[in-house]
Design a protein around this ligand. Structure first.
Ligand code: COA
Length: 343
C-alpha cells in the first residue's frame, strides 16, 4: 500500500492480446490505483528498461518505494503472427518489410561471427546444452529437458545455422521487483540487494547500418556505463544472466561484457568457463533459451535470478556470488541495458 509508482516493461500487449495501456490496467488489478503507472518499451529490453526507470525514480529522490514489473502474453496468437509481431521491433522499412525475422537476423550475426572469429557451429550448440542443463534445476523454467550437441545440430532448421534448439521460445510470463531507496530498503528488508550500476545504450536497429555486426555495440556502451557507475569491472562479476535469445546472443554477450576477449566467446564456452561450476556461471536460470523469453518480462526476471543467487535462495542451481550482472538486449541490438547487483 506504500508503493508510490509502477514501471512495467511490455513489448506489444496490443498485438499479442489486443490490450494497450497496460500499466494503468495492472495498477488497477493490483489494487495500486491511483499511483502513476508507466509502460516502457524497447523491444525485448522493455523489462530492464522498466528497472532502469525505477532506479532513476529512486536515485532522483522523486520516489522512495516503487514497483517494477515486466509482462508478456505471447501464446494466444499463432507463431506466424508472433514472429511478425516480434519483427515489428526490427527495422520495418529495411528488414521486416522484406520478410526478415529475428531468427534470420541473429542467423546473419552468427554467420558473420563464425566468419570473422572462427566460432564453430558446435560452440553455439554448447550454449544451448548448458542452458537447458541449468533449467533442469529451475522450477519456473519453460523447458526442463536436457539436450546434447547432436540434439541441437539435428533439431529442425529455423534460420541457418540456427536450429530450434538455438532459439528462445515463445513464452507467457511476468516478473516483479520492489525497489526502494537505501534508507527505506533497510527498514523493510533484512538483506536487501543493492543495484550499484545501471547502464543503457542504443545502436542502429537495422543490421546493415552498423559498422560491424559480429559485435553488439550497444552491449559495450551499456556495460561501460554500468561498470563506471558501480566502480566494478568484468573481473568483479561472480554470476550473470545475459541475453541468449539465440545461442549466438550469449557468445556476443560474454564478449561484449568483457568476461572474455572479443571473438573468444565460443572457445570460452567450450572450455567450460560459463558452466554453473565454471569461472563465471552464465544463465543459471536456464536463460532465455530454456527458462523462456516472455519478451517484456525477461529483463526483470534476469534481475530476479541474480537477486536469488546473491541471497543464497537459488536452490539446486545456487552458485557462490557477491556481485552479479543482468544484461538485456532489445531486438538485434538496437538497445542494451545492463544492471549490476550486489549483496
Ligand atoms: N526451444 C526448444 N523447444 C522448442 C522451442 C524452442 N525455442 N520452441 C518450440 N519448442 C518445442 C515445443 O515445445 C514443441 O514440442 P512438442 O512437439 O514436444 O510439443 C515443438 O518444439 C514445436 O513447437 P511449436 O510451438 O510448434 O514451435 P513453433 O514452430 O511454433 O516455434 C520457433 C518455434 C523457433 C519459431 C519459436 O520458438 C520462435 O520464434 N522463437 C524465437 C522467438 C523470438 O524471436 N524472440 C525474440 C528474440 S529477439
Amino acid at each position: 500500500k506504500d508503493i508510490q509508482a509502477m514501471f512495467v516493461g511490455n513489448l506489444s500487449g496490443g498485438r499479442f492480446i489486443d490490450q494497450e495501456h497496460i500499466a494503468s490496467l495492472i495498477a488497477e488489478h493490483a489494487g495500486l490505483s491511483p499511483i502513476p503507472a508507466t509502460r516502457t518499451e524497447a523491444a525485448c529490453a522493455s523489462g530492464a528498461l522498466a528497472l532502469k526507470q525505477g532506479v532513476m525514480a529512486i536515485e532522483s529522490g522523486f520516489h522512495d518505494l516503487v514497483v517494477v514489473g515486466g509482462v508478456e502474453k505471447m501464446t494466444d496468437i499463432l507463431t506466424e503472427r508472433t514472429t511478425q509481431t516480434l519483427a515489428m521491433a526490427a527495422d520495418q522499412e529495411w528488414e521486416a518489410f522484406f520478410g526478415m525475422t529475428f531468427p534470420g537476423l541473429y542467423a546473419m550475426i552468427a554467420r558473420r561471427h563464425m566468419h570473422v572469429f572462427g566460432t564453430t557451429r558446435e560452440q553455439l550448440a554448447m550454449v544451448a546444452v548448458k542452458n537447458h542443463a541449468n533449467a533442469m534445476n529451475n522450477p519456473n523454467a519453460q523447458f526442463r529437458f536436457e539436450t546434447t550437441i547432436e540434439g541441437v545440430l539435428n533439431a529442425s532448421m529455423v534460420a541457418d545455422p540456427l536450429t530450434l534448439l538455438d532459439c528462445s521460445p515463445i513464452t507467457d510470463g511476468a516478473a516483479t521487483i520492489v525497489l526502494a531507496s537505501e534508507k527505506k530498503a533497510k527498514e523493510l528488508a533484512d538483506s536487501p540487494i543493492f543495484i550499484t550500476g545501471s547502464g543503457q545504450a542504443s545502436s542502429s536497429i537495422a543490421l546493415h547500418n552498423r559498422k560491424r555486426i559480429e559485435v553488439i555495440d550497444s552491449t559495450l556502451g551499456a556495460c561501460d556505463m554500468a561498470y563506471r557507475m558501480s566502480g566494478r569491472g568484468p573481473k568483479d562479476i561472480d554470476v550473470a544472466e545475459v541475453h541468449d535469445a539465440f545461442t549466438i546472443g550469449e557468445i556476443c554477450a560474454i564478449e561484449g561484457l568483457g568476461f572474455c576477449k572479443m571473438g573468444e566467446g565460443g572457445k570460452f564456452t567450450e572450455e567450460g568457463f560459463t558452466q554453473i561450476d565454471g569461472k563465471i556461471p552464465i544463465n543459471t536460470s536456464g536463460g532465455l533459451k530454456a527458462k523462456g523469453h516472455p519478451v517484456g518480462a525477461t529483463g526483470v526476471a534476469q534481475a530476479i535470478e541474480i537477486t536469488l543467487q546473491l541471497r543464497g535462495e537459488a536452490g539446486k542451481r545456487q552458485v557462490d556470488a557477491d556481485i552479479g550482472l543482468a544484461h538485456n538486449v532489445g531486438g538485434s541490438g538496437g538497445t542494451a541495458v545492463v544492471h549490476i547487483l550486489e549483496k
